[in-house]
Design a binder for this molecule. Structure first.
Ligand code: 5AD
Ligand code: SF4
Length: 470
């Protein structure tokens, strides 16, 4: 298969660096030092995009703040996956437009997944006249040019065309301080799960060149990052579009060869594309964390079919059992949706029973939220909110008991953990993560931050382990 050209040409990227210089020069002519705030909502992919925005902003001469009210430029980097996230963004926009009345020079921008929805961009156009700039994920790489247009023309700029998905290499990144880093290995999604807006706003799957990913991970390890997560909507289909016979397991195996003391994690995986080869690779690669986030969404075959997930409960259990057999002690997590249109109580309880059967260490649980434009939003949805809440509470209760039980089994054991920060609990002033990404509240000195150490677990609850350095 011949790969379509998806890389943004170098010359186009170089032009963006010119716009950064223009913006910098414009501010140099003024007295004040410009300050920007990037407010990110939603998933790790968005966090990674936010870090690129911050990189470009720094190159434009901005310093960064976390306080929108103190900023000359505020960017809301939005999420469209559930209605609640959208409501929060509109709430924030209301507050910002108020702040702008005090400071009329403030520039307000909205980007991310919501910006790519025409329903949203039309609403901003009509009802939020103080928003200066709207651009979707496809236009992220040309943010400097769009921002320059705003400053130069003083007109509102909308860049929300449904462009062909591209990949832009070499955008500057402002990383989180500490030990954790995220690396996008692919963009977009081809799966069209019936409830999900992502394929509509992030476009089709395109994989980064393996050499670019490997170079980035090597640089991160050399810079001292110790907990690196590979990101994609469905990392298990990495490489399908490259046409070079190289898949995600191959990438993991190559990343693992990079020398150093670090862990590699990845999110998210789709069960329909998870392979035994992947699990075998995880099992034999020492840098790959023995942790698997494999979203199941439902434990009922009829609902899975309606969701367009393309696997059955049995197939999912088979996968999990194989993964456990090659990785004893594997830590497992999942995503679940309760209340998909047409779901009955019995079907929801099939999900609860699956959760009990698998014994996940933790879950990300959601009540279904209709997303205009998706297939599920057109389906009849007779169950009431109160019924769905009841099923959801049952699921949480089951999972909380399971998490507490699995955590209690750590008591008395010694585990290797990466000390990653401080907490506000004076009795346990440090936080750490086990290889399986379980939170450990830890006694000990700040000097341990950034190190892998052996920790003896002394106590636990549903959400965390407690321990002390050995
Ligand atoms: N409603 C509720 N949850 C959703 N998710 C995706 N779309 C929706 C929706 N419309 C959940 C899925 C996915 C996670 C990132 O968000 O569980 O795995
Ligand atoms: Fe959404 Fe499904 Fe793609 Fe995940 S795999 S981003 S749930 S469409």
């Amino acid at each position: 298969m011949e790969r379509k050209q998806v890389l943004v040409p170098e010359a186009d990227l170089a032009r963006q660096r010119d716009f950064e210089e223009k913006i910098k020069a414009m501010f140099a002519g003024r007295q004040a030092h410009p300050v920007a705030c990037v407010d990110t909502f939603g998933c790790q992919q968005n966090v990674a995009d936010g870090q690129k925005l911050m990189g470009m902003l720094q190159d434009c001469g901005f310093t960064l703040t976390e306080e929108p009210a103190q900023a000359d430029l505020v960017i809301l980097n939005t999420c469209a996956v559930r209605e609640h996230a959208e409501d929060r963004v509109f709430g924030n926009l209301g507050a910002l437009t108020h702040a702008k009345k005090e400071n009329p020079e403030m520039v307000i921008a909205l980007c991310g997944c919501m910006a790519q929805e025409s329903r949203v961009s039309e609403r901003i156009k009509k009802s939020y006249p103080l928003v200066n700039l709207v651009f979707g994920p496809h236009a992220l790489w040309k943010f400097p040019e769009l921002l320059w247009q705003v400053y130069e023309s003083r007109k509102r700029v909308f860049s929300v065309d449904d462009e062909h998905g591209t990949i832009a290499e070499g955008i500057p990144v402002v990383r989180e301080k500490g030990v954790k880093a995220w690396v996008s290995i692919m963009y977009g999604c081809n799966n069209f799960c019936a409830y999900c807006i992502v394929p509509y706003v992030r476009g089709r799957e395109r994989s980064r060149d393996p050499q670019c990913v490997l170079r980035e991970v090597r640089e991160l390890v050399e810079a001292g990052y110790k907990d690196i997560t590979l990101l994609g909507q469905n990392v298990n289909s990495y490489g399908n579009d490259l046409g070079i016979g190289y898949d995600f397991a191959d990438l993991l195996a190559d990343v693992d060869k990079i020398p150093g003391e670090y862990l590699i994690r990845f999110i998210s995986s789709h069960p329909k594309d998870a392979t035994k080869k992947l699990f075998d690779t995880m099992a034999r690669c020492p840098h790959v964390a023995k942790q698997l986030h494999l979203p199941v969404q439902s434990g009922n075959d009829r609902v899975l079919k309606e969701m367009n997930r393309r696997y059955t409960r049995e197939k999912y259990l088979e996968l999990i059992n194989y993964a456990k057999s090659v990785m004893p002690g594997l830590v497992m997590t999942s995503d679940i949706i309760i209340g998909f249109p047409g779901e009955t109580e019995e079907e929801a309880m099939d999900t609860v029973s699956l959760v009990e059967e698998v014994g996940f260490d933790a879950l990300f649980t959601f009540i279904y939220s209709p997303r205009p434009g998706t297939k599920a939003a057109e389906m009849p949805d007779p169950a009431t909110r109160a019924e769905k809440q009841k099923w959801f509470d049952k699921l949480l209760e089951t999972q909380n008991a399971m998490s507490a039980k699995l955590h209690a089994a750590y008591i008395g054991k010694t585990v290797r953990a990466l000390v990653d920060g401080e907490s506000d609990d004076p009795a346990f002033p440090l936080t750490a993560r086990t290889e399986g990404n379980r939170l450990v509240r830890l006694k000990g000195d700040k000097a341990l931050i950034g190190q892998f150490i052996d920790v003896r677990i002394t106590d636990s609850n549903t959400w965390a382990l407690y321990g002390e350095p050995v």
